[in-house]
Design a protein around this ligand. Structure first.
Ligand code: HEM
Length: 137
């Protein structure tokens, strides 16, 4: 199996589950916001329910980017929104994003293993590299 397939299988497993009434994105956001006061501060005025839906949608585009290596207008837009001149999401904050996501997957994916973790890191890394690169452009 290639890493794209491993990722897809893991993603469908985590989306199906709820733990103590919380879905995957609830737990990811709890972890992400608790991961650093700097992350918490950025989300101070955010309505989290809407945000969770938007980020869920954005995963589809991250996967597309990983697979096709083509920058879609959607990716261009979220990179712009996160850049220094807009929300000022400094590149180091992406490490909290990735780690919180991996921690949430560990809880939600019953088949979690190194290959699963690596598949997520691979899929996310193209998009994250792109977003960080656009930070001060
Ligand atoms: C690959 C990583 C990330 C993806 C795919 C992502 C995706 C998104 C998307 C789709 C939105 C909604 C944009 C819109 O409404 O137009 C958003 C908003 C936002 N993101 Fe990210 N994001 C990422 C990383 C981060 C990181 C590391 C931070 C750091 C704290 C962050 C903070 C925010 C904030 C503060 C908002 C605005 C929320 C609001 O509307 O109040 N994001 N993100």
């Amino acid at each position: 199996m290639n890493y794209e397939d491993i990722f897809n299988d893991s993603y469908s497993r985590v989306l199906k589950r709820e733990i103590d009434g919380k879905n995957f994105f609830d737990v990811f956001y709890d972890k992400f916001i608790g991961s650093s006061p700097f992350v918490k501060e950025k989300f101070a005025n955010t309505k989290l329910e809407k945000q969770k839906e938007k980020v869920k949608k954005s995963f589809y585009h991250l996967i597309q980017f990983f697979v096709t290596k083509n920058v879609s207008p959607y990716m261009e837009n979220i990179a712009k929104v996160h850049s220094k001149s807009k929300m000022d999401i400094e590149p180091y904050l992406y490490d909290f994003f990735t780690q919180s996501l991996i921690d949430a997957i560990k809880e939600f994916d019953t088949e979690f293993c190194d290959d699963v973790e690596l598949s997520w890191r691979m899929v996310l890394s193209s998009g994250i590299t792109y977003m960080k690169f656009q930070y001060d452009k």
